[in-house]
Design a protein around this ligand. Structure first.
Ligand code: TNX
Length: 505
């Protein structure tokens, strides 16, 4: 195949010339790198074609073939992102065809030549993923003359669960602020938004019949600033906005610990004889618990789970289960079994943090790993016995951890998490002895004890969110230098979209 030179976003013709013959992709810093098609997460295969690139002109538009309203919606979203109209006949073709050849699962096929760019997928999620790739093949601001190199891209995700956790409890973030995180996640082909909706410092979701959760429990956040909450309509808005971008919302109601805001709202959820619950705006963990042997607690759990299940179309409901440090194991285990049962009775799949792996007959078939100190062995045992694993090891995916000693925000209890740490690991081999098909996916977690604004969030999310996204999407086999080049090529795109980030050091 004849090799050609193409210029990625931000590169100059001079840089391309300097890179010389034999290079078909040159990055913004002028470095030639064949393996560095500037798409994050990495595509499964990229084959350069012959001939001329596809050029954006005044005639270019997005055209939909098959797939009805769903494909049209994706076309509109992409059209908006690229500044191109959606209409018959126009150059960029989206094909949603459940029987399409050469496409795997939620993957897509993107073929570009001088005449057209065609994205073909079997599912709406696959089509959407293809449009995110096309965005990244074009400059951040698409102008006439911008081009897509002639190529064939075959791509599909490694794992079905690729998430980001956003802690809206420690600091409250508005609907629009959460939408910004959804946009960023969607650009990187993540497909789960885990909303950590409740914690000691605040309760963030309106629940019918439990008004004090929001009149009282939502009023606080870390640091003593006013909190906030989502009405049922706000939550529906987020679910829908996420769904249009192929993210499923995974709501978390953290129980039986991390519940001070609930206890302050309804003090009789605490065990008799314990001190009157006071609003908490610090950052300690592990001091609060619902009273596990009171029927009032289960009536409360029932009401909350019913409401959340009703509002949530996705299959999962996360019940937390972390750091219930005031409880004896048996009390904790009894609570988790009952809470998991209640979730199932409401038609949802219960998820919990890895502490729950130590509970026998828990009824929990999805466990989220975060920290070996609270039970790595029990976790591996549970997974070997058939539970599915979502991997968010704190030393790789906790985006509230400092990058290095110079990072202003964040914590460091899990050590420093550099962009390379977030990238250079394999979920299937984090533990020895994990069955090959046990890992359902990965999740990055943005805890917000130290993060109060979107500017703070951006600096902690980026670039590490992109690294975790690649771990979840791309096949095993990491090449940090190649990733670094692809990553740097995203910075102008993030900037154009109004996001901040932390420079690589
Ligand atoms: C541990 S992760 C927690 C969170 C904190 C986080 C801070 C987990 C299940 N529990 O409550 O926000 O560390 O890094």
């Amino acid at each position: 195949m004849r090799r050609r030179t193409f210029i990625a976003s931000g590169a100059t013709a001079a840089a391309a010339a300097a890179a010389g013959a034999g290079t078909w992709w040159v990055l913004a810093d002028g470095s030639p790198h064949e393996a560095s098609v500037p798409v994050v997460p990495k595509v499964r295969s990229f084959t350069a074609g012959d001939g001329e690139p596809y050029r954006i002109t005044a005639e270019t538009s997005v055209h939909v073939e098959g797939g009805g309203a769903e494909a049209k919606r994706t076309a509109r979203l992409m059209g908006r992102a690229l500044g191109l109209p959606v209409r018959e006949g126009g150059g960029i073709l989206l094909r949603l065809d459940p029987g399409a050849d050469g496409v795997e699962g939620d993957g897509y096929l993107l073929v570009a030549d001088a005449r057209a760019v065609t994205i073909t997928a079997r599912t709406g999620a696959g089509l959407f993923a293809g449009t995110q790739t096309l965005r990244q093949l074009l400059p951040p601001k698409v102008e006439f003359g911008a081009s897509v190199p002639p190529c064939r891209i075959e791509d599909a995700p490694r794992y079905p669960y690729r998430g980001v956790l956003f802690d809206v409890a420690r600091h409250f973030f508005t609907v629009d602020e959460v939408k910004r995180v959804i946009d960023l996640a969607a650009l990187h082909k993540l497909n789960r938004l885990h909303l950590h909706l409740t914690d000691d410092q605040g309760w963030r979701l309106e629940i019918p019949g439990l008004p004090r959760l929001t009149t009282v429990g939502a009023a606080t956040e870390v640091g003593g600033t006013p909190g906030g909450f989502y009405t049922a309509d706000d939550y529906r808005t987020l679910v829908e906005y996420a769904a249009e971008r192929y993210l499923t919302v995974v709501p978390e109601i953290d129980m039986p610990g991390h519940t001070q805001a609930a206890l302050v709202s309804y003090p009789d959820l605490a065990c008799p004889g314990t001190p009157t619950p006071r609003p908490y705006t610090g950052v300690k963990v592990g001091f609060s618990s619902l009273c596990t042997d009171s029927e009032r607690t289960y009536a409360f759990v029932e009401k909350v789970v019913a409401a959340v299940a009703e509002l949530t179309p996705g299959p999962y409901l996360h019940i937390g289960g972390d750091e219930a440090k005031t409880l004896e194991h048996e009390a904790y285990a009894a609570f988790m079994r009952r809470a998991a049962r209640i979730v199932r009775d409401h038609g949802k799949e219960p998820m919990a943090w890895n502490e729950a792996a130590a509970v026998s007959d828990s009824g929990l078939s999805v466990l989220q790993f975060w920290d070996s100190r609270v039970g790595g062995k029990a976790f591996v045992d549970a997974v070997q016995a058939g539970a599915k694993a979502v991997m968010s090891p704190a030393d790789r995916t906790y985006l509230d951890q400092k990058y290095d000693a110079g990072t202003e925000l964040g914590a460091d209890w899990a050590g420093h998490v550099t962009a390379r740490d977030a990238y250079d690991w394999d979920p299937a081999h984090y533990f020895k002895g994990m069955p090959a098909d046990a890992v359902m996916g990965v999740e990055a977690a943005l805890w917000t004890e130290t993060i109060a604004t979107t500017a703070d969030a951006d600096r902690m999310l980026l670039p590490r969110l992109a690294a975790v996204a690649e771990v979840g999407w791309a096949d095993a086999g990491r090449d940090w230098d190649a990733f670094r080049r692809r990553l740097v090529a995203q910075f102008p795109r993030w900037k154009a979209a109004g996001y901040g980030w932390t420079e690589l050091r």
